[in-house]
Design a protein around this ligand. Structure first.
Ligand code: ATP
Length: 260
C-alpha cells in the first residue's frame, strides 16, 4: 500500500466508468485524507460527476476500487455510505415542506435523533435561525444550498462530497461556504470538491487533481502545479497581464477548446 492510500478517508484506484460506447473515466486514482480539501477540476464532460457518482455508490464502475474509511464501496456499501455526506441539489427537496421538517426528515433517514433544540442549532449554524417554519421553496438559491449542506453533515460523515457547491452563490455566501469547509477540515473531515472556479480551487484546496477526457493529468498542491507548469501557461498568458494563475495552467494543460 503506498503512503498516499494509507490512512486515507477515500481511496480511488484505477477507476473506469463506461456509458455504452462512451468511456467517461479512464484509470483514475487519487486519495483524500483526514483534514484535507481535495479539488477535482476539469472541463465540461471530463468525468468529475461520474467519479463522484461512483464514490456515492450510485453508479457501478466498469472496474476499479473505491474505499471509504477503509470500506470497499462494493463489498460494504452500507458501511461506506454511512461515512459519506453528499450535498444534494436543491431540486432534490420537497419545496412545500418547512425547512425544520426537511432537517427532521433527513435526520430520520440517517437514523440520527434530533430534538427541536438541536434542529434550531443546525439552522443557527447556517444563519437561518428564523427560517424553521419557512417553506423550502420560499428560500433563495443560496439559502437552499446552505440547508442542503447542513443535511449532508447531519450524520457527521468523515467524507463530504461537494459537487459545484458555490455555483450561483453571491461572493458573501461563497466566502461563508469556504469558511464552513475550512471548519470541517479543522475537524479532520475529508472534503472532495468539484468546481469550475480556479480562484476557488487556489483559495481553499490543499490538493487538486486536473482531469481531462476521463484521465487525471496532474495531481498536487495548487501552487506546486502552477510552479511546475509555467511553460504550459505562457502561451495562454499572451493575452493576459499579471502573475501566472491556476486558471492559466489549467487552460495550458487542458487546451483552450470549448468542449462539445
Ligand atoms: P461538467 O463539468 O459538465 O459537469 P463532468 O466532468 O462532471 O462535466 P461527467 O458528467 O462525468 O463530466 O461526464 C463525463 C462524460 O460521460 C461526458 O462525455 C458525458 O457526456 C458522459 N455521460 C455522463 N453521464 C452519462 C449518462 N448517464 N449516459 C451517457 N453518457 C453520460
Amino acid at each position: 500500500m503506498d503512503n498516499l492510500i494509507q490512512g486515507a478517508i477515500l481511496a480511488v484506484e484505477d477507476l473506469n466508468i463506461r456509458y455504452g460506447n462512451i468511456q467517461a473515466v479512464r484509470g483514475v486514482s487519487f486519495s483524500v485524507h483526514p483534514g484535507e480539501i481535495f479539488g477535482l477540476l476539469g472541463p465540461n464532460g471530463a468525468g468529475k460527476t461520474s467519479t463522484l457518482s461512483a464514490i456515492e455508490g450510485l453508479l457501478k464502475p466498469e472496474s476499479g476500487k473505491i474505499r471509504v474509511s477503509g470500506y470497499d464501496i462494493r463489498e460494504k456499501p452500507l458501511h461506506a455510505r454511512a461515512n459519506i455526506g453528499v450535498q444534494l441539489q436543491s431540486t432534490s427537496f420537497q419545496p412545500e415542506l418547512h425547512v425544520g421538517e426537511i432537517i427532521r426528515l433527513y435526520a430520520g433517514i440517517y437514523n440520527v435523533s434530533m430534538s427541536n433544540e438541536q434542529i434550531g442549532e443546525v439552522l443557527a449554524s447556517i444563519n437561518l435561525a428564523d427560517s424553521s417554519t419557512k417553506k423550502f421553496g420560499q428560500l433563495s438559491g443560496g439559502q437552499q444550498q446552505r440547508v442542503s449542506l447542513a443535511i449532508a453533515l447531519i450524520h457527521t460523515p468523515r467524507l463530504v462530497l461537494l459537487d459545484e457547491p458555490t455555483s450561483g452563490l453571491d461572493p458573501q455566501s461563497r466566502r461563508k461556504l469556504w469558511e464552513r469547509m475550512e471548519k470541517l477540515r479543522e475537524k479532520g473531515r475529508g472534503i472532495i470538491l468539484t468546481t469550475h472556479s480556479m480562484e476557488e480551487a487556489e483559495s481553499v484546496c490543499d490538493r487538486i487533481a486536473i482531469i481531462d477526457q476521463g484521465k487525471i493529468i496532474v495531481t498536487g498542491i495548487p501552487q506546486e502545479i502552477i510552479d511546475n507548469n509555467r511553460n504550459n501557461a505562457e502561451v495562454i498568458r499572451a493575452s493576459r497581464k499579471g502573475k501566472i494563475t491556476l486558471e492559466d495552467v489549467f487552460i495550458g494543460l487542458t487546451g483552450d477548446a470549448v468542449r462539445a
